[in-house]
Design a protein around this ligand. Sequence first.
Ligand code: FES
Length: 282
Amino acid sequence: MATGTTSATPETPSSQPPPGRGVRSPGRAAIEAPHLRTDRWWLPPLVTALGLAAFVAYSTWRAFADAHYYAAPYVSPFYSPCLASRCTDMKGGADWALFGHWWGLSPALLVLVFPLGFRLTCYYYRKAYYRSFWSSPPACAVAEPHAAYSGETRFPLILQNAHRYFFYLALLVAGVLTYDTALGFRDVHGDWGHMGLGTLVMLANIALIWAYTLSCHSCRHIIGGKLRHFSRHPVRYRLWNWVGLLNGRHMLLAWSSLVSVGIADLYVYLVSSGAFDDPRFF
Ligand code: FES
C-alpha cells in the first residue's frame, strides 16, 4: 500500500511555468534564477548576432543590386557561376546560361542559394544563430526561454540534415570560384601574366573558401567515417588527419571565409563602379 509515502517528484517553484519538456522538465534542477553565471555570457551571442546581421544586410543589398559584379578580369563570387543570359556580358568567369532572357531578376539569386544553404545548415552556424537569434540556449548554463524543445526532429529544422548534400554543391561552387581566380591572372585582353591587387584578393578568398569547405564535419565523416580499421586505409587516415586539423578551426574558418567573400565582392564592386583602380603589379 502507498499510504503514508511521500512523493519523490521535486516541487516546482510557484514562479515557474508548469513542467514541460525543456529546462522545466521534472528531472532538471528546480532553480528559480535563469542562470547563476556572473560573467558577461551575453557578449559572444551579441557579437555573433551583430556580425551575422551585418553580413546578411550587405549580401542582400549586393544580391539584389544586379550591377557592378564584373571588373575585368575579376568576377564577384556572389554572381558566379553565371546561370542567366543577362550576365553573359562577363568576359570571364564560368558562364552556363541555363536561364534565358525571361529571367528578369538578379543572376545572384540563382547562385547564392547554394553557399547560403551550405552555411545555413553548417553545424557551427547552426549553433551561432540558434544562440544569437533564438536564445536556444543563449549560452552554456543559461536556461533558454522556451518551454519545449524538439531539436531538429521536426519541420522545418529537420531540413538541417541536408547539410551533406549542400557540402557536395559547395564543392562545385568552390571549383567554379577556383576557375574564376585563375582567370584573374589574365589581363583585360585575355592574355596571361597579369597580377593586380584584385588577383591577391581573389586568391586569399578562394584559399579561405577551400579551407572552410574542407573543414566541414560532413567532409571529415565522408573521408574517415564508416571504417573499422584505419590501419587498412592509410591514405584515408592521412587525409582524415589533415581534415581534422582544419576541422578544429572550423569556427575561425567560417568567419574568415565569410569576411573574405564579402571583401572580394566589395573589391569588384569598387573597381567596377569606378571608385577605385585595381593596382597592377605586372
Ligand atoms: Fe560547417 Fe559543414 S559543418 S560547413
